[in-house]
Design a binder for this molecule. Structure first.
Ligand SMILES: [Zn+2]
Length: 82
């Protein structure tokens, strides 16, 4: 049985006391910035009680840089004219 929702905690219009990780579905505290279970960066809670995904631009940049290095290496190793 769930306790009735109260409006005691202001600044929390959803009424949730914890948010759910979008990656591993683990619950964490509302002000958590990173999932304690899978280390995914998460944002504020949405209306479904899920933590919103945070776009990790640093991770994107790292991934893109890694791809560029990989492609250049492939080109250098196999395609380059001798
Ligand atoms: Zn998680």
């Amino acid at each position: 049985m769930k306790p009735p929702r109260t409006s005691i905690d202001s600044g929390n219009p959803t009424g949730y006391i914890s948010k759910k990780c979008p990656e591993c579905m683990e619950y964490m505290s509302l002000n958590a910035g990173v999932c304690p279970s899978c280390k995914t960066p998460v944002g504020k809670i949405n209306k479904n009680g899920m933590a919103s995904r945070k776009t990790d631009w640093k991770a994107y940049a790292t991934a893109i840089a890694a791809w560029i290095v990989f492609i250049v290496y492939i080109w250098w190793a196999f395609i380059r004219e001798p």
